[in-house]
Design a protein around this ligand. Structure first.
Ligand code: ADP
Length: 187
């Protein structure tokens, strides 16, 4: 299984459906309306039930949605996880409009929320690489580097960060990126 251990935290790649993961928090690749969509977003609301959307609506009423690169947290409803962290990745428009920074921020703020809430295991999908069209090779490196940096800065916060890739091809891309990150770390 492709994984890397950093201090007491394991960063692991698996193929599967994020909605079925038994972790403290799953991350939803949401859109800024927080009112649902396709892909991971649609699957999370379908599997988790109406409670998730009800809390999203309360957040919208309070703060009017969620900006790109930001994250909010709700109940996980009927899911096995305790919480859903909804983050909004950037829409890819060629790479010159802050897409990299936006993606980094989506991962970083999601992990920050997990830490604040004492959630010790977190599962991420491949944010922005579906409907938002971010090139997956580049997205995988940003995702893994951001997670590794966070875990090093907050060594006691997390037991596991799991990337749940929907297809074998996506898993292979992330596995290559993980090898690259590992090589860089070993110098
Ligand atoms: P975005 O709008 O951020 O691009 P999407 O949900 O469209 O988000 O896609 C992000 C990635 O999640 C894509 O690689 C897609 O294939 C994958 N995906 C879709 N459904 C699921 C699921 N149930 N579990 C895990 N990954 C999923």
């Amino acid at each position: 299984m492709p994984e890397i251990t950093i201090g007491a935290t394991v960063v692991r790649l698996v193929q599967g459906d994020i909605t079925g993961q038994r972790v403290d928090a799953i991350v939803n690749a949401a859109n800024s309306s927080l009112l649902g969509g396709g892909g991971v977003d649609g699957a999370s609301h379908r599997a988790g039930g109406p409670e998730i959307l009800a809390e999203c609506r309360q957040i919208v009423a309070r703060q009017g949605g969620c900006k790109t690169g930001h994250a909010v947290i709700t109940t996980a409803g009927a899911l096995a996880a305790q919480k859903v962290i909804h983050t909004v990745g950037p829409v890819w428009t060629g790479g010159t409009r802050g897409e990299n920074v936006g993606l980094e921020s989506a991962y970083e703020r999601s992990l920050g929320l997990a830490r604040e809430h004492g959630l010790r295991s977190v599962a991420f999908p491949s944010i922005s690489t579906g409907a938002y069209r971010f090139p997956i090779d580049q997205a995988a490196l940003i995702a893994l580097n951001t997670v590794v940096r966070f875990v090093r800065q907050h060594a006691d916060a997390l037991d596991e960060v799991r990337f749940v890739l929907f297809t074998e091809a996506d898993l292979a891309v992330y596995a290559r990126a993980l090898d690259e990150v590992r090589d860089t770390m070993l110098g």
